[in-house]
Design a protein around this ligand. Structure first.
Ligand code: GRF
Length: 215
């Protein structure tokens, strides 16, 4: 069974969806560790409740960014996981970490990349009166939110949508597609080869249309 590490910084609702999917057998993998860079991240409680090993690598407890990066890198090396899942991890990985684990780290980002990399995606959608919004799951590279795209989930946005509503609807999509994609990666149905994302014959999950789920 594939070993999964999950990196979080906050609430951990995606972590919860992944925990639930592992428990119900919908992900053919085991979460071996949850690492947070924030001591008070609620996701840590979720992990502990599920009996998963947790680790805090708090950015406040290091004198430099380099020390933090070194500690995170050696923790990831030590655990020897098959897959590293960023689930609301609000820290940019060092180039060394991103390069070393290239093809093994995935992230979920709340926008239809390449549109809106970085923060505050929902407010940008509202401000620009976009009519569609969504989430992107991608392999992590050393360029922020720019690694190869694995899948996207799309929602329609109505003219009166506010940020709260978008956050909720985006979370609903995330909780469906992130576990599905993680399962496909655990089964080797999705993999990276020569920098490209490959899907083993017709392994696309139900609802997967043109690289996008419509919810
Ligand atoms: C998600 O919206 C994810 O796309 C983004 O951070 C948020 C984390 O939410 N990267 P949660 O902590 O999983 O509830």
């Amino acid at each position: 069974m594939k070993k999964i590490i999950i990196l979080i910084s906050g609430n951990g609702s995606n972590l919860q969806a992944i925990i639930d999917s592992c428990k119900s057998g919908n992900i053919d993998g085991e979460i071996v560790s949850v690492i947070s860079n924030k001591e008070n991240a609620y996701g840590i409680q979720r992990a502990m409740k599920a009996g998963i090993t947790t680790k805090i690598i708090s950015d406040d407890s290091f004198n430099s960014r380099e020390e933090f990066d070194k500690t995170l890198f050696s923790s990831l090396m030590e655990i020897e996981a098959d897959l590293i899942v960023l689930a609301g991890f609000m820290k940019i990985l060092s180039k060394k970490t991103a390069d070393h684990f290239y093809g093994k780290i995935i992230n979920i980002h709340p926008s239809l990349l390449p549109k809106y990399p970085g923060l505050n995606t929902h407010s940008k959608v509202v401000k620009n009166q976009d009519i569609i919004h969504g989430v992107t799951i991608h392999y992590v590279s050393s360029q922020l939110d720019a690694g190869p795209i694995i899948a996207q989930g799309r929602i329609d946005v109505n003219a009166h949508a506010d940020i709260e509503e978008l956050i909720n609807r985006i979370h609903q999509v995330e909780h469906i597609i992130y576990p599905k994609i993680i399962n496909l990666i655990c089964k080797n149905d999705i993999y990276m080869e020569n920098g490209n994302v490959n899907f083993k014959n017709n392994s696309h999950p139900r609802g997967y249309i043109c690289n996008s789920y419509e919810i």
